[in-house]
Write a protein that binds this ligand. Sequence first.
Ligand code: SF4
Ligand code: SF4
Length: 363
Amino acid sequence: MSKITRLFILILFSLLTLPVFSEDIPEDVSVVYFSKEISAKSILKIYQKIKGNVKGEKIGIKVHFGEDGNQTFLNPELIEPLTKQLNATLVETNVLYGGKRKTTDSHIKLAKEHGFTFAPIDILDSEGETTYKAKEKLKYFSEVKVGTHLDKYDTIIIYSHFKGHGSAGFGGAIKNVSMGFAPASGKLQMNTAFVPNYDPEKCIECGLCLLDCPENAISIKPVVVDTKKCIGCGSCISFCPAKVFTVPDKNERHSIFLEKLVEYAKVIQENKNMVYINVLANITAYCDCMKMTDKPFLPDIGILASTDIVAIEKASHDLVNKECKCDDAFLKENQVSGYRQIEYAAELKMGNIKYKLVDIDKD
Ligand code: SF4
Ligand code: SF4
């Protein structure tokens, strides 16, 4: 037997004797843990499955305290034992619109009135905002704005109430990260900004846009809007005498809004270690920002946890649809689909859209 043949047999033997892990999960599949039991005990148990990804000493738990008058936000008792066990801080940011959650003092007061009295509360943008840079150029953002206090935390547990939302279709982990960490100015960038459509053929070369666009985002001959500079203020739609600029249609604007949410979440994910817990209880058509108590349109489903933001959102969406016996429960209930959030997050490689659901109640 020649040396080469002996070497070949040796390599082949080594390969054949390598351990085979029949339970191995392919790289493009992420594990999402599930428990039907919605309780503090169940949250503690499911956390054990993802705690390997929780790094450092300083842990924040991103919660939503519920708007004044709302009663369908997640019961604080659910998260109390885990918060105490981790010596964690409850974190949030102030909202863009009016109400008690707009300013730090009244926000914290409302949180306490709603039962969040068992841990320190940190309003992340109470002392200003900072920017996180994107690792690669995105469609809308090269950097995002977050509350300065976010820098203080090694890991954030994104604890989300998965339910409907009037403009995003649904609110889960992606929205809890994007809107949840942005100061008012960042929220505004996501909420109102949209790049106008334009027809260069109509331009009469008056030059007004070169003077009036606040971001110098427009060039002419031919007309081009620099999407990286445009803040979507919409001024050009009114000042252009030749009606070159128009509002994108409703569906297009909706899709842009969802994609902006996702891009914010992606840049934050690149800069901050996070793990995710979604609670599928009190599944209402509208969110906990509503100053009213909406009636759930589905029965409670359970708790999910994962280290993958795309997988947990897809699994949550699938479970809601299964309960609804429909393709898109939120589209059916509030006429707004949020699915583009999941689809675009997968396109941006924020995680795997394929998942394996592991039922921890069988442990
Ligand atoms: S304001 Fe309108 S018409 Fe005037 S240069 Fe700009 S795009 Fe053309
Ligand atoms: S929407 Fe505002 S920022 Fe964007 S191109 Fe028009 S005027 Fe400029």
